[in-house]
Design a protein around this ligand. Structure first.
Ligand SMILES: [Mn+2]
Length: 322
């Protein structure tokens, strides 16, 4: 562990400017870890930017950014069309994904040769290669947990709002400390509390509006059991965000007998997504990998280029029956 931190430090020392890059549709785990990394770089006197989409749709991200602004915690953001750091001096730090096509800037490696990656997702054949340093910890609940451990090792103090966002990142990725949660996850959470993370603020960031809640409950109501232990929800023909699919799958896990759940819905034009969740025994990553996606045993997803949602459903049901 210490060795990997030393290797990261070496890379940081070798560069002057840093581009922090996460996956598309940035979520709280990616954003929390990006902020944590930003603080680490700041503590070394380095300048960094976090690459963000133009107008993040995720309300929790909007609220987090607003919270930082209100508390005058200055974070440098940029968008993918404004990456101006010179190639030779910049290091790209990829967080919370290891797949090229999921990156906010998929062709980043063509623009910048120096790149390191910190992630907690399982590697696959599409995992980014040609990277100076890869730190992938599948036992970590979240990238926020990994970065928090790193902060703790370095004894770096971050603003309490950043600690809150990191904690919220862990909460989201563990479905409220239910999946992928180990003693280290709680240790990371405990450390964030000592840095001033607020449970009240955390709840505020996670609050949703009533309409979204009711929409979701309608889909939960329409879900069915596909066998003794698996629930399925097929959404309508409107477009939804990945995290909306995930929330439905997570809701379904709360019910008696449900050990795994799947939500299928449109996430774009001719793009059907599946979000899969498991309480721990059933390996949903296996199913999502077979459908062209990936993730973890307990939370995985895939996206399929098609406008036929029923076909996706049939394919998934067939896989489940096998
Ligand atoms: Mn994550």
């Amino acid at each position: 562990m210490k060795q990997i931190y030393e290797q990261i430090k070496e890379q940081i020392d070798n560069h002057d400017q840093f581009i922090i890059l996460a996956h598309k549709s940035i979520d709280l785990d990616a954003f929390g870890s990006a902020l944590g990394m930003y603080e680490i770089l700041k503590s070394y006197g380095k300048s960094a930017v976090i690459v963000m989409e133009n107008h993040p749709k995720n309300r929790s991200i909007q609220k987090s950014m607003q919270l930082l602004r209100e508390k005058q915690i200055n974070i440098e953001y940029t968008t993918k069309d404004k990456l101006i750091f010179p190639k030779e001096k910049a290091l790209v730090i990829i967080l919370d994904t290891n797949k090229k096509e999921l990156l906010e800037v998929p062709n980043i490696l063509e623009q910048y040769s120096d790149c390191i990656l910190l992630d907690h997702h399982i590697e696959s054949e599409n995992t980014l290669n040609n990277i100076i340093l890869k730190y992938i910890d599948n036992n970590a609940s979240s990238t926020s947990e990994m970065i928090t451990r790193y902060l703790k090792t370095l004894k770096i103090e971050v603003p309490s709002e950043v600690a809150t966002i990191l904690l919220t990142g862990i909460v989201v990725d563990t479905n409220n400390f239910n999946i992928k949660t180990t003693s280290k996850t709680y240790e990371a959470a405990a450390y964030l509390m000592t840095l001033g993370a607020s449970n009240i603020e955390k709840q505020t960031l996670l609050k949703e509006n009533r309409e979204d809640y009711f929409t979701r409950q309608d889909f939960v109501k329409k879900s069915t059991m596909v066998n003794k232990h698996m629930a399925l929800c097929v959404m309508d023909h409107n477009h939804y965000q990945n995290h909306q699919l995930a929330l439905i799958a997570e809701d379904l896990l709360q019910f008696d007998a449900v050990e795994a759940s799947f939500t299928i819905g449109f996430v774009g034009k001719k793009l059907v997504g599946i979000s899969a969740r498991s309480v721990g025994e059933i390996d949903v990553e296996k199913y999502m990998r077979a459908m062209g996606g990936g993730g973890h045993k307990t939370d995985a997803a895939c996206v399929i280029h098609t406008s036929n949602i029923q076909k996706v459903k049939r394919k998934l049901l067939k896989l489940i029956q096998e």
